[in-house]
Every structure is written in structure tokens, then in C-alpha cells.
Design a protein around this ligand. Sequence first.
Ligand SMILES: [Zn+2]
Length: 234
Amino acid sequence: MKQQFIQLRALQELDTDIKTLSDRAGEVPNRIEKLRSDLDKARSRLETAQAGITDRKKQYKLAEVELKAAEDKITTYSVQLYSAKTNEQYKAFLKEIEAQKKVKSGIEDRMIVLMEESEALERERVAAEKEHAELAQDTEGKVKSLETELAEIKAALAEREAHRKELAESLPPALLKHYERVRKNKNGVAVVSCKGDRCGGCFNPVPAQRVLEIGREDRIYTCEACGRILVPDK
Ligand SMILES: [Zn+2]
């Protein structure tokens, strides 16, 4: 009978271990996923900055063309100004020149804004590039170590599961069935110690006489409140 108590304790320990290991194994893919998603975010930050710089350069080049066109018009109208035949013509050319000067000034303002934006984007690009490079290196190492960790957990799990199978087969079928039923209903814990005069699972009192009986380990007793198998506190 004492042998059965040893087996029950060992089985419970193994099952607790298996649950802990399974939970840890289950978390590893999420952790890898998080690392990769952080790296993706850093890459996308870098790409956004690069795309912004390309866009501002393109806009700046277009503005240069527009500026040249406005300047050419001003030059043309200024030449024409001197060949004006009437006062009306003269005024009309002057009006055109003023209008093109406004256009030119608007383009110049836009070019200043574009340059400022380019500078800010360049600073952002440098920062994003640094962050991405650091993260890329970091992520690779961390993912590798998580993959190693997962392989180790899986090996430990396989070893525990083989041992568990052996142990389960050595128990009387009725006792194993009882154990499995309680384990399923009680969140994985079927065997608990009797802590003083209380059940180590639900903490309900266990009568003093029963505590003594449990201590003898010559019969299986279960907690009257929660149904868990009670073993002496050792
Ligand atoms: Zn209990």
C-alpha cells in the first residue's frame, strides 16, 4: 500500500511538471512572434522615413522646375515691359510680373518647408535605421535561444511523459481512474498533502481521527469537501 502512495505522489509531481512544461512550451511561439513583430514595426518605421525622403526629393525637384518657369516668365514680361506700346499694355505686363512674383514666392516657401521636412525625415531615418539594426541583431539571437529553449522543454516533456506512462500503468486501474477523474475536475491537482488538520487542496478541515488514519498510509482517503486524494504531509 505504501508503494501506491509513493506512486501517487510521483504521478502528481510528474503531472504538475508536465503542465508547467506544456504551459512554457505554449508561450514560446508567442514570444518569438512578439520579437518578430517588433522587428517588423522597426522595419516599417524605417521604410516610412525612407519613403518620406524620396517623396520630398521628388516634390522638391518639381518645385525647382516650377520655380524656373516662374522666373522665365518674369524675365520674359520684364523684357516685354520695355516694348509696351500703350500705358494699358505696360500695366498689363506689370500685373503679370507681380502675379509671377507671387507664384515664385509661394514656390520658395514650399521649398523651405520641403527642406525642413526632409531634414526631420533624415533624422528619423537615421534613428529608425539604428533601432532596426540593433533589433535585427538582437532578435536573431533571442529567437535562436527561444528555439533552443523550446527543444529542451520538448525533450523534458517527452521524458516526463514516458515516465508518467510507466507509472500510470503500474497503478491499480481503479485507483488510476479515480486519480484521473479528480485531476480533471480539480485543475490538474488530484493528490494533496494533509497540512496539519486541513486539506492541502481546498483547506477545509480534516477530522483529527482521519489525519491519524491518513498518516498510516494503509488506505486511500479522499477529502470530503473536494474529493482530492489526501497523503501525509512529508
Ligand atoms: Zn479538499
